[in-house]
Write a protein that binds this ligand. Structure first.
Ligand SMILES: C[S@@+](CC[C@H](N)C(=O)[O-])C[C@H]1O[C@@H](n2cnc3c(N)ncnc32)[C@H](O)[C@@H]1O
Length: 244
């Protein structure tokens, strides 16, 4: 891979390998992330295995025929929800670096008989995806886990078709986290220590070439951001577009 495998990748992979072997969710129950009617589309053992922090599906506004790429696809929940929306004329690619997660998501896909989803092993920093081949990039609580976010933004830009879009759920901050938290590897794996400041997130996407960058806090208005303590992590939907 272009940016080399780091201790952060190793620690994160070990944490999510363990999560893949368990049956419980680590971050938020999916019922707090997705509307109930969406969750009824899939068996509860799949919807209960959410390690996300929001609902990128609502923001992605997927259409039949589109090609979707899910970064850090985990157990596959967002891929399966996407697959229904792009229908059999579209396709979904999930990328994850943790073999145990890939095994779980592939078993789920086989059990559900979903044929327009493919799970690939790989890194966000070096996506196993062709240039200009994807309409929409989604992701749920993963980009914060990368130690090289500028490289991830460049990779998203590379794989998107002209006019393509990204709609990701992620943990970010308004102001930098204290160094004591940033260097805590448990906090990194828990989707906290790697959270990027929202201004840096926006700047990073613009530098990668994106337009129309929008950051919408989950469950709160933009006004509330003014009163959030500095360095407070929060979930947000980040969207952006690659020029046509
Ligand atoms: C917090 S879980 C989220 C899983 C899924 N998106 C969900 O909502 O349930 C993070 C996932 O991203 C994967 N991951 C973390 N960092 C990664 C990286 N740099 N490259 C590829 N996958 C990564 C982990 O293996 C794990 O499956």
């Amino acid at each position: 891979m272009k940016s080399s495998l780091t201790p952060v990748h190793e620690i994160v992979r070990e944490r999510y390998a363990q999560a893949a072997r368990s049956t419980s969710s680590c971050c938020s129950p999916s019922s707090t992330l997705y509307p109930a009617e969406l969750l009824t589309e899939l068996p509860t053992d799949i919807t209960d295995f959410s390690l996300g922090c929001g609902n990128p599906i609502a923001a992605a506004n997927l259409k039949p025929g589109e090609t979707v790429l899910d970064l850090g696809s985990g157990g596959g929940l967002d891929c399966f929800l996407s697959a229904r929306r792009v229908r059999s004329v579209g396709k979904v690619i999930g990328v994850d670096m943790t073999p145990e997660m890939l095994e779980r998501s592939r078993l789920n896909a086989a059990r559900l008989g979903i044929t327009n989803v493919e799970f690939r092993e790989g890194y966000l920093e070096n996506l196993p995806v062709e240039d200009h081949s994807v309409d929409v990039v989604i992701s749920n609580c993963v980009i914060n886990l990368s130690p090289d976010k500028p490289q991830v933004f460049r990779e998203i830009f590379r794989v998107l078709k002209p006019g393509g879009r990204m709609a990701v759920s992620d943990v970010i901050t308004n102001g930098s986290l204290p160094e004591s938290i940033r260097s805590n590897m448990d906090a990194w794996g828990a989707c906290v220590a790697g959270a990027l400041d929202m201004q840096d997130y926006s700047q990073g996407l613009l530098q990668a070439g994106f337009e129309d960058v929008k950051i919408q806090p989950k469950n709160s208005s933009n006004e509330l951001l003014q009163v959030l303590p500095v360095g407070q992590p929060f979930s947000a939907i980040i969207s952006a577009r690659k020029s046509a």
